[in-house]
Write a protein that binds this ligand. Sequence first.
Ligand SMILES: [Zn+2]
Length: 465
Amino acid sequence: MRKASGGLAAIAFGLGFAGLVAAPIALVVHLKDGLPEAVREKSVLSHARALQRRIVTLDSHVDIPPDYTKVPEHDPGRLTGMQVDLPKMHRGGMDAAFFIVYVGQGPRTPEGYEAAKDAALLKFTAIRRMAEELYPDEIELGVRAEDVTRIHEAGKKAALIGIENGYVIGKDISLLEKYYDLGARYMTLAHIGHNDICDSSIPLSHLGDAEIEHGGLSAYGREVVAEMNRLGMMVDVSHISRDAMMEALRVSAAPVIASHSAVSELGNHPRNLSDEQMEALARTGGVMQVVAFSAYVKVDAARAAEERGLRSRVARAAGDAHFSYIKHGKLPAFVNGMKEIGARYDRASLEEFVDHIDHAVKVMGIDHVGISSDFGGGGGVKGWDNAAETVNVTAELIRRGYSDEDIEKLWGGNLLRVWSEVEKVAVRLAERREAEAGMQPDAEETFLPDENIAPAEHALGPNGG
Ligand SMILES: [Zn+2]
């Protein structure tokens, strides 16, 4: 942000920006060189702040550490080293966030599934503890789309829950309802590495993944989507392979979301979405939450090659054929190597991130795009590096000419519309099941024939007519 110089900024501020944005803008048009931009910049920031006070600003993907709420460093009520905590949300005007129950892909064995479930339950407990026990006056758990607006109007932050990686249900589809009851309202079908539900956009060689395993969703994966539709849980296609995403769009009875994805056209990464995928998502009524993840926003082939080289060197030095984040990710050779590479390459900027939003809006239309940070999970760009800097995103959208109405849609309006639609589809599906059940004889009210009675007498009913 540039500093406003001289008395003109003071004059502009003297006019009072809240609710009186048009007047200062008209004023600066006639100012001489040098000053107008500074004044305009002040005006953009106050416009952004005023707008954010009115609308819901929702981030659809915020990761939490495994010991969230358990240790002072990860106490969301304090100003912490985490990119998202309550003080930062207040400062940046972030009103709502999907806090993520993320579990990395592991072995598909009974022990693996059990460990994944335990890790998931720990995160559910932590998120609910934040909202229900620690800071109930500041933040409230939302379980319906309409809750978010209600909570915002009550002056509180909304905590929403998403699951990242269908691995946490293993082969037990009943766990979906258990997680739904704990508050989960979306589930990313897979993460990095294939699972039982579908293929990932990035296979994990150390888990023995083939390039393609299911060729889209598995038969079980199609059941999982149907069960999510029944419950009213949003299907999230971020991270999954192109074919899995396209199949999810075909088989889902409700629109789907990409909770945190960037644009392939601007960054050629297997994790990003092509224009074809984005068009299909918009056509089926879904929403893409563009992610501020530097390595996806600004894909640098030379940097990626250096990182690949580092990974294989570290793995070899440890006597392993393949690199594993779990096994090698904390080794000094890897951590320092990444730091050294990072120092030589530029991270993506806020402007480059908003280029992805622009592109998504051009391809999908303003009604199908939203915003996510992936804070806590590697997200952040220069200029939007934590929740306290959220107003910078709004200001950049204003600079690019988005209207207040557009920005409201981008900051959660579209996602909340899709969420409501998913809720409505669940109701419609329940009604259809009831109607279908009504056409069948109801066991409790129908006379159960005794084998000894002649068929003609059945029609008379239990009392003989
Ligand atoms: Zn992710």
